[in-house]
Design a protein around this ligand. Structure first.
Ligand code: NAP
Length: 470
């Protein structure tokens, strides 16, 4: 596929292969943008931002609604592309397209709700008749840098609000999974986005990232990805607004009164969806000693039923990881835990990009598989004695994106909500739940700022204060 720069689809002799991680077959290639290409994209986006500022909110709404309709009509085509490039099972691909339809539709609705407010100027001492109000205005050019794991919906979470707010947007998709973002760009243009309002620049983030985020013409950077890249972007972006949606090692607390069947279902859906490559995957399972053995038995039986294989095969319930190196890294961390005393109850092996779904028991909180972000199909289970210890363990992390608890006890649930440091808190669910309309973002090193169209739009606009003097 080609990239989209300066109102044209362009190709380059230097390009990168997009590979299906299941069988290593090459699906397509995309151009590797040069620094000059990036510069042209930014210059074009500046013109695109003017075109967007001239477009009424109602027309922005119509354009995004039409984009959502196009995505919906082409669900199967989009689902196959993102399943092939990322490795997620085709069913999860269809769910992701459905979510992107929601994200773009919600963004279109929010285009109609960019309110300012009147200011009570007469409440200031010495008022002499001033009339004040605020205007919400777009930032201008937004750089949207996205990760591999939700190659369509996480791009939609940036592009939808950026355009709804009247900005131009430069998409830099992940190099492993750029095809969905290119197809989304096509849909936006077909739906009537001004030709220079969207740019889709493909190529290596480590090469293009610094010049993109440090360019003074870019007024807002919205990034989803790993903690370390996020920190680098913050340092490089300087005096530019940033939103950071970073990683996590989300905890799930299982209290002694929990319904074990529901907990097992919640652990599997939160721990193994997309082969564990979800920023809010359940990674650290903190389980009461009272039910520890029963829970581990039931969880092992549940995980045994996960069918791994070709992600396009409808009977498969977990596909490969995005890269063979990632499966090898996950396995190394698992073996390290086992050699330090953890027990692998099931799984623990890998081949190519396919890592077996794994349950590790008796994990110590300081083992790497618990301490850092694993981002793979394994859960690390650690026992606790009481709610104080469970909350303390849940908070033993630099991250704070999502957390879950299973309990019927309201007091425990309230303590969890008040005392666990996390941007999202789920009672009687795994941490992997997300509805696209929610305010969504992390505490601590999981980032700053919120996504969810209504909230992202706040981050992608600025407030101007206007005062009329008598
Ligand atoms: P990543 O390695 O940080 O890459 C994310 C994006 O940043 C890619 O487009 C990458 O481009 C680009 N990039 C790399 N180096 C850069 C630089 N120096 N400057 C600017 N951009 C640069 O993350 P990933 O492996 O794709 O995704 C997994 C991570 O994302 C996990 O940590 C996960 O938790 C996090 N995540 C967070 C959320 C959330 O909402 N909080 C959601 C999903 C994922 P290349 O691909 O070309 O390297």
């Amino acid at each position: 596929m080609k990239m989209y720069i300066g109102g044209e689809w362009v190709d380059r002799s230097e390009n990168g292969e997009v590979v299906n991680p299941y069988d290593n077959s090459v699906i397509d290639t995309v151009p590797s943008a040069s620094i000059e290409d990036l510069d042209s994209a930014i210059a074009s986006a500046v013109r695109g931002a003017k075109a967007m500022a001239d477009m009424s909110a109602y027309d922005r709404f119509l354009m995004l609604r039409k984009t959502a309709d196009i995505l919906q009509e082409r669900t199967e085509e989009f689902a196959r592309i993102l399943s092939m490039e990322e490795g997620k099972i085709i069913g999860e691909g269809r769910v992701e397209v459905g979510r992107a339809v929601q994200t773009i539709s919600l963004s279109g609705e929010e285009a109609k709700r960019l309110y300012g407010e009147t200011l009570p100027m007469d409440a200031a001492p010495g008022w002499t008749g001033q009339l004040g109000f605020t205007l919400r205005v777009p930032c201008g050019v937004v750089a949207a840098i996205s990760p591999f794991n939700f190659p369509l919906n996480l791009v939609a979470h940036k592009v939808g609000p950026a355009l709804a707010a009247g900005n131009a947007v430069i998409i830099k998709p992940a190099s492993d999974t750029p095809l969905s973002a290119i197809k989304l760009t096509e849909a936006l243009l077909e739906a009537g986005a001004p030709a220079e309002a969207v740019q889709c620049v493909t190529g290596s983030g480590s090469r293009l990232g610094d010049p993109l985020v440090s360019d003074p013409r870019v007024r807002k950077v919205t990034f989803t990805g790993s903690r370390d890249v996020g920190e680098r972007i913050c340092r490089t972006a300087g005096l530019t607004k940033v939103t950071m949606e970073l990683g996590s090692n989300s905890p799930l607390i299982v209290m002694p009164d929990a319904d074990i069947d529901k907990v097992v279902a919640g652990t599997i859906s939160s721990g193994f969806a997309n082969a564990g490559q979800v920023c809010i995957s359940a990674q650290r399972i903190i389980a009461s000693r009272d039910i520890y053995g029963d829970y581990l038995d039931a969880l092992t039986q549940g995980v045994e039923r996960i069918q791994t294989g070709d992600q396009l095969d409808e009977s498969v319930t977990m596909g490969p990881m995005v890269r063979a190196e990632d499966a090898s890294r996950v396995n190394e961390w698992i073996q390290e835990a086992v050699s330090s005393g953890a027990r692998a109850l099931i799984g623990g092996e890998y081949s190519g990009a396919m890592h077996a779904p794994t349950v590790l028991a008796d994990v110590q909180p300081d083992m790497r598989v618990s301490r850092e972000e694993l981002f793979g199909p394994a859960v690390a289970v650690t026992p606790f004695s009481d709610i104080d210890e469970a909350i303390e363990m849940a908070n033993q992390s630099n991250y704070g994106l999502s957390a879950g608890i299973f309990t019927q006890n309201v007091d425990w649930a309230m303590r969890f909500a008040r005392e666990v440091d996390s941007g999202n808190l789920h009672i009687n669910s795994g941490p992997g739940f997300r509805a696209d309309l929610m305010p969504y973002g992390g505490l601590k090193e999981s980032g700053m700022g919120k996504e969810g169209p209504r909230y992202a739009i706040q981050e992608m606009t600025e407030t101007k204060t206007v005062v009329f003097h008598p």
